[in-house]
Design a protein around this ligand. Sequence first.
Ligand code: SAM
Length: 362
Amino acid sequence: MNAAAPPLGVADALSREAVEWWLRQTDVERLEELWAAADETRRRYVGDAVHLRGLVEVSNYCVRGCTYCGIRAANRGVERYRVSEDVVLDCAHKAVDFGYGTLVMQAGEDYGISREWMAAVLRRVRSETSISAITLSLGERPDEDLAAWREAGADRYLLRFETSDEELYRRIHPDLPGRVSDRMRILRRLQELGYEAGTGIMVGIPGQTYASIADDVELFRGMDMDMIGIGPYLPHPATPLGQEFERRRAEDDWPEDQAPNSELMTCKVLALTRLARPDSNLPATTALSLVDKAAGRAHGLQRGANVVMPNLTPLEERERYEIYPEKAAVHETAEAINESIMRLLSSLGRTVGAGAGGRGAV
Ligand code: SAM
């Protein structure tokens, strides 16, 4: 491990071999080189502004059976909700009042959110507020829905490929009957429709190796994504994968070369992604801030991230959008979250990004 470190180049000057070497690195002093390179690259390519994207969790209904996710269809313990049009509008007004450039609407893959309903909401947010950009993250919807929502005013769409390991992906993200999940195809389609597209992965999924995460970073490098979200996998006890995780932890029985789902590992992936895709928008994710409540978000922003997604969802619904368990423990109001993010940004000497905050917006 203490042999000469492979060089930390930017974009094509960072080899896959170097990525894997740094992913395996545990020496804290050595890792300072990686943090410094990622922070400097972030500053040079996207500047000190942090873009704030206000998040509304529109619905926790979901047709899918993702084995990692707490709102999977088979989890009968979840009280389901779908917010009203007016709740979305209230959140959009709040986003504008707080100075956020973007409203993000996220949900399970919920066909109760019809093409027409979402198109109408998009048109209202566009005409009744001065929000600069609207992002959707509503799962693997048909091309016709995506086209209609683009037309109605959506600018961006987020769809993580979760892991580039095809076999692992199939295991954790079962297809719907008669419909093979092909998130890469949907991402290409989104770009053809004129969306800014975002993707990402979870870090430390049981069965995910260091080599497979190096492949993920390699894929990011070749993908031309506007946003890349990287968060630790957080086991939810009411899911098959969460139960497998707990059994493995109890028996210390991990697959060979298992990558950890730690804050440190997530930061390494984030930093290397900043080097591989220097001008992408990279969030310091909520999952990262939960895995280390004291330092996760700050570390994210100091190790490559330039985006934060403050949660605007009303508390009652937010508690039920339990994709991972610790989310339920978050009882802070949107106002309190906003204040703590503003304090953090000023303590880090960072500014709030103005406007839509599209890619490369220095
Ligand atoms: N249904 C949409 C989709 O699948 O893209 C959007 C909502 S989904 C809950 C958003 C993201 O949450 C997923 O892409 C996944 O990476 C993340 N997620 C879900 N369960 C998680 C868990 N247990 N730990 C960490 N991240 C999780």
